[in-house]
Write a protein that binds this ligand. Structure first.
Ligand code: UGA
Length: 458
């Protein structure tokens, strides 16, 4: 099928590259000419494991090309995915101006019938507005069909998620649109397509195709992301109880997760959820509900718990250090989660800002996000070598759970630090191990290893 993907951000680029890899002819469009030039030169604007391989294969096979000419791409395609950003407005609502803009461009360019698919995360009823915009601005005699096909890609494993989804949701109004979307996803629905990367991580089995109305499909995305946020905040609520009353959140959530009605995922307590999806989606969902007279106290509380994580953790740092001013604090992790260079709404960045405001000297490391963090944290010293941030540090903070941090030579870290104090905001290190090395160690909802009990065996 001939497909246009409008928007070469995170969602659009992954979608475009993977649809081309699945055998379609894809034109990916972005109004940012510098970005298009970068992609034409086969360079990715962000880090996503495996995407470089998929893009390279698809462009070499001439199934994928990049352009800033939306009109030409629209005319050359049967189906058009809208993957532009819907960032939060000051009010918390989603800013849908980019969708409106693309709709007008598609409408004025099209000379034959098109299927226009919203993939960006949007509030319910955006499909109706999209159809109206296409009709109002379109040429006489050219018809449009609208569909919703939300994405469930996680940064850091988006390629595997694309080729091995648990479900593909399509919101449609007519049989032809459903058939077209079935054709687009056929290799994935039939499970006949093997992910070109991450084989070991890919689950077997074909996905469930869920066909709904457009409104339900739009709602599924907001409802899913908000529920994930809710689940994390619930784990963090349990963590606070554990901190006050002496239980261990890891033990509690592990046992909870063994109940298949609850499930083990997204129950990790810590610094809370960040990134460009969960926080903004929960906010937009609250706005949507309240605008339509549905109380959203449940989600508001989840949001409050999440925001409070930063304060809680910084409080722990203050308690442990007594005076923060002039202290040298090493930071491991800047990205909002591992395997990405994305720092948008990253809790780590907020924690660092507060420590800087309190007069600390911060030295930070991250396997992928240093360059992005440099732009927003000019007063921080950055080191690509994680051991460098531990040298002479009064405290070491683990703010993103990159696997390589678990595997550090912690004996070496102990020797290098001015004071062997570790505060683990992601509960990624073992309390027993840190105790055995002699660290004073604090995490969230788990027992502290206090300095006076440290064994100093390292
Ligand atoms: C999220 C959803 O998981 C995807 O399904 C969805 O497609 C995507 O948003 C989107 O809307 O585009 P993503 O933003 O990549 O994906 O990140 P998640 O893996 O959901 O993690 C979000 C945050 O929650 C991270 O900061 C992570 O550290 C935190 N988290 C996650 C926890 O604090 N505890 C957990 O147990 C799990």
């Amino acid at each position: 099928m001939r497909i246009a993907v409008v928007g070469c951000g995170y969602v659009g680029l992954v979608t475009g590259c993977c649809l081309a890899e699945a055998g379609h002819d894809v034109i990916a469009i972005d109004s940012d000419i510098a970005r298009i030039k970068m992609l034409q030169a086969k360079r990715l604007p962000f880090y996503e494991p495996g995407l470089d391989v998929v893009m390279e294969k698809a462009t070499r096979g001439e199934r994928l090309r990049f352009t800033s000419d939306c009109a030409e791409a629209v005319r050359a395609s049967d189906a058009i995915f809208i993957c532009v950003g819907t960032p939060p407005l000051e009010s918390g609502d989603s800013d849908l101006s980019a969708i409106d803009n693309v709709a007008r461009q598609i409408a004025t360019a099209a000379r034959s019938p098109k299927l226009v698919i919203e993939k960006s995360t949007v509030p319910v009823q955006t499909g109706q507005q999209l159809r109206r915009a296409l009709e109002v601005y379109g040429c006489a005699g050219v018809s449009f069909r609208v569909a919703s096909n939300p994405e469930f890609l996680r940064e850091g494993s988006a390629v595997a998620d694309f080729f091995h989804p648990e479900r593909i949701v399509v919101g449609v109004e007519d049989q032809q649109s459903e058939q077209q979307l079935r054709d687009i996803y056929r290799p994935i629905i039939e499970g006949s397509f093997n992910c070109p990367v991450h084989e070991s991580k890919c689950p077997g089995g074909a996905p469930v195709l869920v066909v709904t109305t457009i409104e339900s499909s739009e709602l599924i995305k907001h409802a899913s992301n908000s529920f994930l946020g809710l689940k994390i905040s619930y784990a963090n609520f349990i963590s606070d109880i554990c901190d006050r009353l002496g239980a261990n959140v890891e033990e509690v959530t592990r046992a909870m997760g063994l109940d298949p009605r609850i499930g083990p995922q997204f129950l990790n307590a810590g610094l809370g959820f960040g990134g460009f999806c969960l926080p903004k989606d929960i906010q937009a969902f609250i706005r949507l509900a309240e605008k339509h007279g549905v109380g959203a106290g449940l989600l508001r509380e989840a949001e409050l718990i999440n925001k409070d994580r930063i304060e809680q953790f910084v409080g722990k740092v203050r308690n442990a250090l007594w005076v923060v001013k002039e202290k040298k604090i090493g930071v491991l992790g800047l990205a909002f989660k591992p395997n990405t260079d994305d720092i948008r709404f990253a809790p780590a960045i907020e924690v660092i800002r507060r420590l800087l405001a309190a007069g600390a000297h911060v030295c930070a490391s991250d396997p992928a996000a240093i360059e992005r963090a440099r732009a927003v944290l000019p007063r921080v010293q950055f080191c690509s070598d994680p051991y460098e941030v531990t040298r002479d540090a009064d405290a070491l903070l683990v703010l993103t759970d990159w696997e390589e941090y678990r595997l550090l030579d912690w004996k070496r870290v102990y020797v290098q630090m001015a004071r062997p104090l570790v505060l683990d905001a992601r509960n990624m290190l073992s309390v027993q191990t840190m105790k055995a090395f002699g660290f004073e160690y604090h995490s969230l909802g788990r027992p502290d290893v206090a300095a006076e009990f440290a064994l100093a065996s390292a």
